[in-house]
Design a protein around this ligand. Structure first.
Ligand SMILES: Cc1cc2nc3c(=O)[nH]c(=O)nc-3n(C[C@H](O)[C@H](O)[C@H](O)COP(=O)(O)OP(=O)(O)OC[C@H]3O[C@@H](n4cnc5c(N)ncnc54)[C@H](O)[C@@H]3O)c2cc1C
Length: 395
């Protein structure tokens, strides 16, 4: 067998390499760079934002607790502002100040255009000093025991090796940490397939109201987040095999075609279809500690606070422990975003939304930079170090 080209070419060395340019990866790479680390962000598609853009999510869940108190600051807040900087918004004006007198029904959340937000994210990461690589799939971590020495990637350049002191997995499916040997758990998902559509009625409404936030609508041919609409007899989906993802995608498009075939084809357009599976919980790590979303529970190693976006979550206050971002046997691997250690149910539901992903991404980037400054393992970080990592909450 001719194996030419299979040996990776050494491409460079970074303090921090972040795999996956979703919201968590963007936040992690930017916070590492701001803390003085050389930072590389590797994304397999050609756009940033992950599910929040290519997955056609267009609603930034709230940074507040639903009772007028802002819970998350930092990069999560920079990103909500960036999401609407060049495109439509419906961010309540009361949050332009400190939001102190924000009425209960005015949450710190907004609709945004996924395309506009994604385009703006490129400038955001580059201006913050991050090196960016698109169209590059990270295939394997290079391990020496449980220490990760770097990653192997595939792109039009061929197979390349990037060396790193700390690697952050922000893949949304924990594929890198899984391949490194970190224990992981896969999720269970209802069949959700959402496209964006517009029709004559929406166009007329747009002309009347001049409100683009109401112009494109979700066409969901599957289930809502509670399972309503999940096809009868269909097993829940995990999304951890290529075969299952292929079946999910083809099934989703088939159901979309079925739905639109009942309409007058001159009366609407499907503006965009998702470029990645819209599965909420694919795989997460088993960390040193779980984030369980228990109202009022505090942790000595908290990296930040958040609220609960769900209808029954109003007024709930959670802390996220640093231990949810790593497994204690892997000294230089960190998790960010929807793959942190949070069991199916409340923890994973709260951890997986955009603001929380930005928060854990920012904390992971900062933690990586502190480990590099101190030349220590993740598990050697002290309570004092974690205080520096913590995303301040001005409550
Ligand atoms: C149906 C649905 C509805 C939702 N609704 C909302 C909502 O209304 N509001 C809200 O706030 N949240 C919502 N969410 C949740 C939220 O959008 C996502 O959970 C969040 O954006 C995930 O961010 P992430 O960065 O952790 O992961 P992802 O967005 O999954 O990003 C991972 C990135 O890594 C890249 N990647 C993966 N593997 C590799 C690799 N090996 N090499 C290189 N790159 C790789 C991917 O291409 C992707 O860009 C919803 C989710 C779903 C599925």
């Amino acid at each position: 067998m001719d194996m030419r080209g299979m040996e990776p070419i050494f491409k460079g060395s970074y303090d921090v390499i972040v795999i996956g340019g979703g919201i968590a990866g963007v936040a992690a790479s930017v916070s590492a760079a701001r803390a003085g680390a050389s930072s590389l962000l590797i994304e397999k598609s050609c756009n940033l934002g992950g599910l929040a853009t290519g997955g056609l999510i267009s609603w930034y869940e709230p940074l507040c607790d639903g009772e007028g108190t802002q819970m998350i600051y930092g990069i999560a807040e920079e990103l909500i502002r960036l999401s609407v900087k060049y495109g439509f918004e419906n961010l309540p004006k009361c949050w332009d100040g400190d939001g102190k007198n924000a009425p209960r029904n005015q949450r710190y959340s907004t609709f945004y255009s996924p395309g506009v937000f994604s385009a703006a994210l490129d400038g955001y990461v580059l201006e913050n000093g991050v090196d960016l690589r698109f169209d590059t799939l990270t295939t394997y971590p290079v391990m020496e025991g449980t220490l990760c020495k770097g990653v192997v990637c595939e792109s039009i350049n061929g197979r390349e090796y990037f060396q790193a002191k700390v690697v952050i997995d922000a893949t949304g499916d924990a594929s890198l940490m899984h391949r490194a040997g970190v224990p992981t758990v896969s999720g269970k998902n209802f069949m959700t397939y959402i496209a964006h559509y517009c029709d004559m009625e929406l166009a007329e409404q747009l002309c009347k109201d001049s409100d683009f936030s109401a112009f494109r609508k979700w066409m969901n041919t599957g289930s809502d987040m509670f399972g309503k609409g999940h096809p009868e007899g269909m097993d829940l989906l995990t999304g951890i095999t290529a075969e299952e993802i292929t079946a999910y995608m083809t099934e989703g498009k088939k159901s979309l075609i079925q739905r639109i075939s009942q309409k007058d084809k001159h009366s609407f357009d499907i503006m965009t279809i998702p470029t990645m599976p819209q599965l909420r919980t694919i795989r997460r790590i088993v960390g040193a500690c779980d984030f369980n979303a228990i109202d009022g529970e505090t942790y000595p190693d908290a990296i930040g606070d958040c609220g609960d976006f769900r209808p029954d979550g109003t007024g709930k206050h959670y802390q996220i422990p640093f231990g949810a971002l790593y497994n204690e046997n892997f000294p230089n691997l960190l998790a960010a975003g929807r793959i942190i250690s949070s069991p199916q149910g409340d923890g994973w539901e709260v951890a997986r939304v955009i603001p929380t992903c930005a928060l854990t991404g920012e904390a992971a980037g900062k933690a990586a930079a502190v480990c590099i400054q101190k030349n220590c393992r993740i598990t050697d970080l002290t309570e004092q170090d974690i205080k520096k990592i913590r995303i301040p909450n001005k409550m």
